[in-house]
Write a protein that binds this ligand. Structure first.
Ligand code: SF4
Ligand code: SF4
Length: 352
């Protein structure tokens, strides 16, 4: 068990909730604490009552090998989300009555071997990019720090893999990669290019050439579609409704991404910078096989978001959808990491 010596919030990170309601669908909501369950069960809700009471507000699901109580989902969304996309528990019982995971969303806590709990943001939240000019995160979360540490979800090991098969200590990783990257991201310049160069030993272009973007996008979407369809079919045969539902929703997301109008608009540089800073600080690469595949993934994801702005040009929405569609856990499920690594290495070679 790591002893927490310090809680660190990304300097300059900003966020605010835009009440999109996106986080109340597509996840598994649990395990639910006993006191929260009791409060919910003892309250007669007015909103959504027709949905909540026939079967009860909870169901069970397997999390980390254990069968636990989770919030019931109806059509993939939490049963407590009302038609205006707001939370009925929040409306009727207040913020503090919600499950801990809902209270801390979209914050992520990564515990590192140096005893620091790093607080970053979940980039699937629509308030991430829209909130870039919002209030400072550090000022928003003051009284939630204890709760955050309790809810830590990512644990950094003593050894880091910059590339598959290579390892360095966490301290060496901080000195060689993370600190210089965060400094570089503070300044203007080809951030992603230099970051990939650090782990590849050479400097690729930050993004694929424009003419190749559609091909990249289609290859990735085809791969997701193919794997999600077969996973969904397999889960249905095994009567695993949760997994089947997740894969079906991924298929819908792919359909939506395919339908997105291509745009010549450039993605907001401040959002890109915030996204990379947040990913580095939150050590998101731990969910990928190596730093290189994580960076390759970031490049693919940002390129997708830049090219897939929906017709109304809402870049925050595009980024949230791409993050949701290609979240790291999905990458592991979909074995797409290798694809990202291939692209990162491919760009490097093409540019030689
Ligand atoms: S996704 Fe983010 S912005 Fe939208 S409701 Fe959830 S916390 Fe708020
Ligand atoms: S309990 Fe409320 S905040 Fe949590 S997922 Fe359900 S609707 Fe969203």
């Amino acid at each position: 068990m790591i002893e927490i010596k310090e809680v660190s919030v990304l300097d300059g990170a900003r966020w605010h909730c835009v009440c999109s309601g996106c986080c109340c669908g597509g996840y598994l909501y649990g395990p639910i604490e006993d006191e929260v369950a009791e409060r919910i069960e003892n309250h007669r809700f007015s909103g959504n009552a027709h949905l909540i009471y026939p079967q009860g507000p909870f169901e069970t699901a397997e999390i980390h090998g254990e069968r636990v109580r989770v919030l019931r989902r109806v059509n993939g969304r939490c049963v407590f989300q009302s038609e205006d996309r707001l939370c009925v528990i929040h409306k009727e019982l207040g913020f503090d009555a919600k499950p801990a995971m809902c209270r801390i969303y979209p914050l992520n806590v990564t515990l590192a071997p140096d005893g620091v709990a790093y607080v970053s943001l979940n980039m699937e939240c629509e308030g991430f990019s829209k909130g870039c000019k919002g209030p400072l995160l550090v000022e928003e979360i003051g009284d939630q720090l204890d709760l955050l540490v309790e809810q830590a979800t990512l644990f950094v090991s003593e050894e880091i893999y910059p590339r598959t098969g290579q390892k360095i200590s966490f301290d060496a990783y901080l000195d060689r990669f993370e600190r210089p990257w965060l400094d570089r991201l503070e300044s203007d310049g080809p951030w992603l290019k230099s970051m990939i160069a650090d782990v590849c030993g050479d400097a690729p272009e930050a993004f694929p050439k424009k003419s190749e973007m559609i091909q990249f996008r289609n290859e990735i979407l085809n791969k997701i579609e193919e794997l999600s369809a077969s996973e969904a079919q397999k889960s249905e045969l095994e009567n695993d409704a949760i997994d089947a539902g997740f894969n079906r929703s991924l298929l819908l997301a792919v359909e939506r991404l395919r339908g997105g109008a291509l745009s010549e608009l450039l993605f907001d540089r401040e959002v890109l910078r915030a996204e990379l800073q947040n990913a580095v600080f939150g050590k998101a690469f731990l969910r990928a096989h190596s730093l290189l595949s994580a960076l390759g993934f970031e490049a693919v994801k940002l390129a997708l978001a830049a090219q897939l702005l929906p017709e109304n040009g809402d870049s925050a929405r595009a980024l949230a959808v791409v993050n949701r569609c290609l979240r790291f856990s999905s990458l592991a499920n979909l074995e797409i990491d290798e694809t990202c690594e291939r692209y990162a290495v491919g760009w490097m070679q093409e540019e030689k």
